[in-house]
Structures are given as structure tokens and as C-alpha cells.
Design a protein around this ligand. Structure first.
Ligand SMILES: Cc1cc2nc3c(=O)[nH]c(=O)nc-3n(C[C@H](O)[C@H](O)[C@H](O)COP(=O)(O)OP(=O)(O)OC[C@H]3O[C@@H](n4cnc5c(N)ncnc54)[C@H](O)[C@@H]3O)c2cc1C
Ligand SMILES: NC(=O)c1ccc[n+]([C@@H]2O[C@H](COP(=O)([O-])OP(=O)(O)OC[C@H]3O[C@@H](n4cnc5c(N)ncnc54)[C@H](OP(=O)(O)O)[C@@H]3O)[C@@H](O)[C@H]2O)c1
Length: 413
């Protein structure tokens, strides 16, 4: 069924669906947020989701111990805060249950199992045409891209990996360290995923080594019991970014010590400046640094090559390895299905930086490409839905006036 009972579909040709309102692609937090904001304005829409559930990243591609790293007030979606009993950092399960009740509350019913595989603007009719793997073509005036910055996993090609012989999984397939007891596990990547997976492995008595091929900013999740992120956001209202970064690095030094001593070299650019310019998220530490200091997690240089049961590092050292976890990140998939190059760049991110990257030309919108996680999702969704709602209402009132005029003319004949 369609996303709302009020959606009217006119079949144009077999397999084509005329969308009365916007088409939203993706039913993660971004798609749900924009859908809810449209619902509150009574604007009909259709929402497509390639998986068979909402928020498939959170339900299917995250590990068991995951919690939101940012305090809950920065992570809820528009029009519905988290329940009062949720902790400061909700668990993955709590977040998923919140999203499920969010979808229910706003009557959002995605069309599951429909992956957008091609999309383009048809200038002749002034409409977007989106084809799905299920064989349908959706024709719409407004297209909202909500497929996420983390749509696809990044799997690097490392020489010898096919011959390695042991278990190799991406972080998106990792659930818990339970099956790794006593195993030597090489975790490739030191973003939030790599760091937390190492901690989890450690807590399950595995022997993790973490590959840090370059540099990384690690900040404590909290300083003096206060969220580091919350402090940074507050400081950004008053201070320039470079100064906020300086203060954060001093606080990080006080809380974590000199992490460079343990192989975690810091980038030359400050953490939030780097996030802004390169989209690289700083790691919020929840205990991994302590395990690195105690030697329970080894930090190693980049991997040159794999052999059967072994990894050769850039510094030529050889490690015995039982299993490899590729915590090598994710990328957007927009460029793989949407033929558009003005608004989205080649890497599938929007070209205009936050807070203005939510609207393109000809009725194209994006939600969730701000590099600001869930707080960016909130802001994009509200803006996009308000804009579409305004145009929708204007067009409807014009159409109503036209119909009334026609009725008057007919009655005078
Ligand atoms: C392990 C992990 C932990 C994270 N933790 C946090 C956190 O604590 N706080 C935070 O702010 N951010 C966090 N993030 C970032 C997180 O991705 C976003 O905050 C949030 O999930 C963004 O929502 P989204 O809807 O934009 O994207 P997603 O959650 O990725 O949802 C996109 C949806 O679109 C669907 N889709 C993709 N392509 C297509 C297609 N072609 N056709 C149809 N459907 C499609 C997907 O199946 C998915 O359901 C985390 C990311 C990861 C990987
Ligand atoms: N609880 C949470 O809130 C939580 C938990 C996990 C993830 N997340 C979020 O999810 C998003 C993705 O995080 P992520 O950690 O999965 O990905 P990420 O931040 O993109 O980190 C990927 C890591 O893999 C490394 N890497 C990539 N290719 C490599 C290769 N060939 N050899 C060695 N190293 C390689 C990168 O190194 P370089 O830096 O050198 O490229 C980087 O350290 C982020 O926004 C993150 O904040 C949040």
C-alpha cells in the first residue's frame, strides 16, 4: 500500500506511478523525519525503502553494544522527543524502538523492498522519474533523497586478502565479540566503529590489534561529567572554530593524556575544523584509550599485504592473525542511481555546506547529508518539508480557485 491513504495514484503506463506529492527515497531517520513533517501539514507522499524494515542501518548493520554517542537531546527527530525514561545515551535497541513508534505515530508506511536504481529529471514534463528494482517507475514533482551518508560499506582491496584464509567481515556485519574469545583479531580502521569494536573484542577476551594508517582525533565522550559534544556546541555559539578546537584538545589532553605516545597521532587540523572541511568525524572515546594504554589493544601501522593467517604491516612487521574486521567506513550511494551533478558531488554528498545543502533545483531535496548526524537530519527535514508544504498549499489553492471559476462559468452557460 501507499504511504498515506490520501495519496492518489494515477497509473500513466503499466508500472508507472504518479506521485501526488513528494517521493521520498529511504526510510531511515531522515526519510521518517521528513515524512512526519509532511504528515503534520497534510501533504501526501510516497516513501520507498530498499530493505524490508525502517532504519535498516540501525536494525541490520550495527553491532549489539552500540549506543548513541551524542546526548539524546541532539538525536531525536522533529515533533517527538525521546521518552523521558531513556538514558542520556540511548542504546541501539531503544533508538530503533523510538523510530518504530515514530513511524507508527505519524502513520508512515514505506513501500519496502523498493530500491531506487535510476532517477533523473525529465525536463520535457518538468518531473522527476525514479525507477526501482521492483520494476516500478515513480513520476513526481518533488524528489527527497534520504538514502544516507552511509548507504554502502567501504571495502578496500588489500593485496592478499582473498588468500588470508580466516574470517573477514566488515564492521556492518559484526554483532559482538562473543565468538572471538582468545582469537587474534586485526581491526582495520580507527573511526568510531573500529575503536568501539576493539573495546568490545577486549571485553570478550579476544586479542585485538587496531590499524591506524594515518592520524585520528580522539576526544573523551565526557569531560568532568559533561558531554564534550554539548560543550563544543555551546562554545561554537561564542567562539571561533579554531579556538573551540584548541580548548577541546586541551581538555582531551587532560582527560586522556598524550595519545600520540600510544600510536594515535593527531591530524594537524583541529577536530571540528576537520569535520567541517573533510567530513571526518572525531572519535568519542568510551574506554578504548584506557585499553590501548594497558596494552590490551595494540595499535599497529597500515597493512601492506595479507598472507595465509598473517598480515604484513607498512613497517614490515608480520602479525599472526585469526580474523579480520574491516572497520573501514561507509559511503553515499546517490551517484549510483541519481543522474544529477549540480546539487550532488561525485561522492554522493551535497555540494553546498550546512545549513543550506537541503534544496536543489527543480524540486530536488536532500535530508541527512549535512555530516552532522542526527542533529543535521532534524534541521534538513524541517526545512525541506516546510518548503514543499508551502508550494503544495499554494498550488492546491490555485487549483481550487480554477475549479471554482470553471464551475461558475459552466453554470452561466
Ligand atoms: C555504526 C554507526 C553508528 C552511528 N551512530 C550515530 C550516533 O550515535 N549519532 C548520530 O548522530 N549519528 C550516528 N551515525 C550516523 C548515522 O548514519 C546517521 O545519524 C543516521 O542513521 C542517518 O540517517 P539517514 O536516514 O540519513 O541514513 P540511514 O540511516 O543510512 O538510512 C537510509 C535508508 O535509506 C535506505 N536506502 C539506501 N539506498 C536506497 C535506495 N537506493 N533506494 C531505497 N532505499 C535506500 C537504506 O536502506 C536506509 O534504510 C552512526 C552511523 C553508523 C554507521
Ligand atoms: N556510537 C556511535 O555514535 C558511532 C559508532 C560507530 C560509528 N559511528 C558513526 O558512523 C560513521 C562511520 O564511522 P566508521 O568508524 O564506521 O567509519 P569512518 O569514520 O569513515 O572510519 C573509517 C576508518 O577506516 C580507515 N580506513 C579506511 N580504509 C582503510 C584502509 N584501506 N586501510 C586502513 N584503514 C582504512 C580510515 O582511515 P583514514 O582516516 O586514514 O581514512 C578510518 O580510520 C561516522 O559518522 C561515525 O561517527 C558512530
Amino acid at each position: 500500500m501507499s504511504s498515506t491513504a490520501s495519496v492518489r495514484h494515477e497509473t500513466i503506463k503499466r508500472g508507472s506511478v504518479w506521485v501526488n506529492g513528494p517521493l521520498i527515497v529511504g526510510a531511515g531517520p531522515s526519510g521518517l523525519a521528513v515524512a512526519a513533517c509532511l504528515k503534520t501539514q497534510n501533504v501526501p507522499f510516497i516513501i520507498l525503502e530498499r530493505a524490508h524494515c525502517i532504519a535498516s542501518l540501525w536494525q541490520n548493520r550495527t553491532y549489539d553494544r552500540l549506543r548513541l554517542h551524542l546526548p539524546k537531546q541532539f538525536c531525536h527527530l522533529p515533533n517527538l522527543p525521546f521518552p523521558g525514561h531513556f538514558p542520556q545515551y540511548p542504546t541501539r535497541t531503544q533508538f530503533v524502538s523510538y523510530l518504530e513508534s515514530y513511524a507508527k505515530r505519524f502513520g508512515i508506511k514505506p513501500r519496502f523492498g523498493e530500491a531506487a536504481i535510476a532517477g533523473r529529471y525529465d525536463g520535457t514534463c518538468g518531473m522527476w522519474r525514479v525507477s526501482t528494482g521492483a520494476g516500478a517507475e515513480y513520476i513526481c514533482q518533488w524528489l527527497v533523497v534520504a538514502t544516507g551518508e552511509n548507504g554502502e560499506r567501504v571495502v578496500p582491496e588489500i593485496e592478499g586478502l582473498p588468500e588470508f584464509g580466516g574470517e573477514v567481515v566488515h564492521a556492518s556485519e559484526y554483532k559482538s565479540g562473543a565468538g572471538y574469545k582468545g582469537k587474534k583479531v586485526l581491526v582495520v580502521g580507527c573511526g568510531n566503529s573500529g575503536m568501539e569494536i576493539c573495546l568490545d573484542l577486549c571485553q570478550h577476551n579476544a586479542l585485538p590489534s587496531m590499524v591506524v594508517r594515518d592520524s585520528v582525533h580522539v576526544l573523551p565522550r565526557e569531560v568532568f561529567g559533561k558531554s564534550t559534544f554539548e560543550m563544543a556546541v555551546a562554545m561554537m555559539n561564542w567562539l571561533p572554530l579554531w579556538l573551540v578546537d584548541r580548548i577541546l584538545l586541551i581538555l582531551a589532553r587532560l582527560a586522556l593524556g598524550n595519545t600520540e605516545k600510544y600510536g594515535l597521532k593527531r591530524p594537524a587540523t583541529g577536530p571540528f575544523q576537520l569535520k567541517k572541511t573533510k567530513g571526518k568525524t572525531p572519535v568519542l572515546d568510551i574506554g578504548t584509550v584506557e585499553k590501548i594504554k594497558s596494552g590490551k589493544i595494540k595499535v599497529v601501522s597500515g597493512v601492506n599485504k595479507f598472507f595465509h593467517g598473517e598480515a604484513e604491516l607498512v613497517d614490515r612487521r608480520r602479525l599472526d592473525v585469526d580474523a579480520v574486521i574491516l572497520a573501514t567506513g561507509y559511503r553515499s550511494n546517490v551517484h549510483s542511481w541519481l543522474q544529477e551533478s549540480e546539487f550532488f558531488s561525485k561522492d554522493g554528498q551535497t555540494k553546498t555546506p550546512f545549513p543550506d545543502g537541503w534544496k536543489g533545483e527543480n524540486g530536488l531535496y536532500s535530508v541527512g547529508f549535512t555530516r552532522r548526524g542526527l542533529s543535521g537530519v532534524f534541521s534538513d527535514a524541517v526545512r525541506a518539508a516546510e518548503d514543499i508544504g508551502r508550494i503544495w498549499k499554494e498550488e492546491r489553492s490555485q487549483a481550487k480557485k480554477f475549479l471554482a471559476y470553471r464551475r461558475r462559468c459552466n453554470s452561466q452557460l
